[in-house]
Design a protein around this ligand. Structure first.
Ligand code: PLP
Length: 411
């Protein structure tokens, strides 16, 4: 297989540790049974694997009762579970202008049905939430604060504890899609009431895995009801976790892989993973600082962001002219095609340099409006634990060469 530089870890991490693949193959070849459904030894072993996965996640997130973590197929399902299962008609919800569509779309849907009212807390041009303004958004009926822990567009990490200080008793749902496994999370110390995570990014597990932690005392109605392998004599859904929210056969092969991914993360240590990713981020940011014709978005500080960097190639057209240039005859509109749009840059990186990045809006249009990169979006370079400093140099050189291709226009 040819060696490419994979820089799309914010979408999904690659490669996976060999342990993850081995665990999935082992489950398929040697275990195969349905956990919690059968008393035979294979069913029992499958049950152990799922239990260990829950235990590993609990250790990682500082959860004292692993059964308060329920599995889901991804963070989108986990977020939807809270939004549909916790909110009541008439509730008010606060979220931010840096959210992913996994948060915004269900919220906008519920708002559109007049089920909830919604306030969007403003973030600044680097993606940081304006915490001072947050208190003014709280109403008597505010039932939930939904916060993106780190932006999947430009990596900006929000100060969860500072948010919780302002929102107090209002339950906090944290979308940890970009931080679980690569940034320290402690549900108690951070004041997280609902923690939604996905298994296939920083947790290094396979796609089709994720989950939700629910603080004790908070009740969530299930999105689906059905067989759980427990209290089978009853025709009603169990009301205890995790069974209440885990109906039907789960993605147990995936959970076996996730168990190994979380095991890998715990063995390495989140701090070591974070340090390595910070080094990569700092190195690429410092290289990009010297590239003319490129704008980088977000905090521009490895300490304040994940290992995700967004950039655009500057327009060669006069400022503000890209869309609304009325034309006075001085600009040859053909030249517009010489601007390097994110999609084209992504293509060049892929085909000419074998560097794999993601371009466009990254399912977060509101974040791009905040960063002023809507509607073209950005070129997103997102590193993972297995990337190297050498790859950062190669990537910076490739970006520089692309920037040098821009044509100069003469007015
Ligand atoms: C911040 C954020 N939220 C939600 C998601 C959705 O993740 P999944 O597709 O695993 O549900 C992503 C994935 O890109 C994300 O970055």
């Amino acid at each position: 297989m040819k060696r490419s530089i994979y820089l799309d870890n914010a979408a999904t991490s690659f490669p996976k540790p060999p342990e993850v693949i081995d665990a999935m193959v082992y489950f398929m070849k040697e275990v195969g049974a349905n956990p919690g459904r059968a008393g035979h030894y294979k069913g029992v072993e499958a049950g152990h694997i799922v239990k260990n996965a829950r235990k590993g996640l609990a250790t990682l997130f500082g959860v004292s009762e692993p059964e308060r973590i329920v599995f889901a197929i991804n963070v989108t399902e986990a977020i939807n579970t809270v939004l549909y299962g916790f909110l009541k008609e008439g509730d008010h919800v606060i979220t931010t202008s840096m959210e992913h569509n996994s948060v915004l779309r269900p919220l906008r849907y519920l708002e559109g049905k007049s089920f909830i009212s919604l306030s969007i807390a403003a973030c600044d041009g680097k993606g940081f939430l304006d915490i001072d303004n947050l208190a003014s958004l709280i109403r008597k009926n505010t039932a939930l604060m939904v916060l993106n822990h780190a932006s999947n567009v430009c990596g900006t990490i929000q100060d969860v504890r500072a948010v919780k200080q302002i929102t107090g008793d209002i339950p906090l749902l944290l979308d940890a899609a970009q931080t679980a496994g690569c940034y320290p999370i402690d549900v108690k110390a951070d004041g997280i009431d609902f923690l939604a995570f996905t298994g296939h990014k920083g947790l290094l597990g396979p796609q089709g895995t994720g989950g939700l932690y629910i603080r004790e005392g908070l009740n969530v109605r299930p999105l689906k009801r059905g067989g759980t392998g427990s209290i089978s004599e009853k025709e009603h859904q169990p009301d205890f976790l995790p069974d209440a929210l885990e109906s039907g056969t789960q993605n147990n092969v995936g959970i076996a892989g996730l168990e190994a991914g979380v095991g890998f993360v715990l063995k390495q240590g989140v701090d070591k993973i974070r340090e390595h990713e910070k080094k990569l981020t700092a190195a690429l940011l410092s290289e990009l600082r010297h590239v003319t014709g490129v704008t980088v978005y977000g905090p521009l500080k490895a300490d304040s962001q994940t290992s995700t960097i967004s950039l655009t190639f500057d327009s060669i057209l006069p400022p503000g002219s890209r869309y609304d240039y009325g034309g006075c005859g001085a600009v040859n509109l053909d030249v517009m095609e010489e601007d390097i749009y994110p999609s084209e840059a992504g293509n060049i990186l892929n085909t000419e340099y074998d560097i794999l990045v993601r371009v466009g809006l990254h399912c977060a249009p509101i974040a791009h409006r905040t960063l002023k990169t809507f509607p073209e979006g950005t070129v997103r370079v997102s590193m993972g634990y297995f990337n190297t400093l050498e790859e950062m140099e190669i990537t910076a050189r490739a970006i520089k060469r692309i920037a040098e291709r821009r044509h100069t226009i003469h007015l």
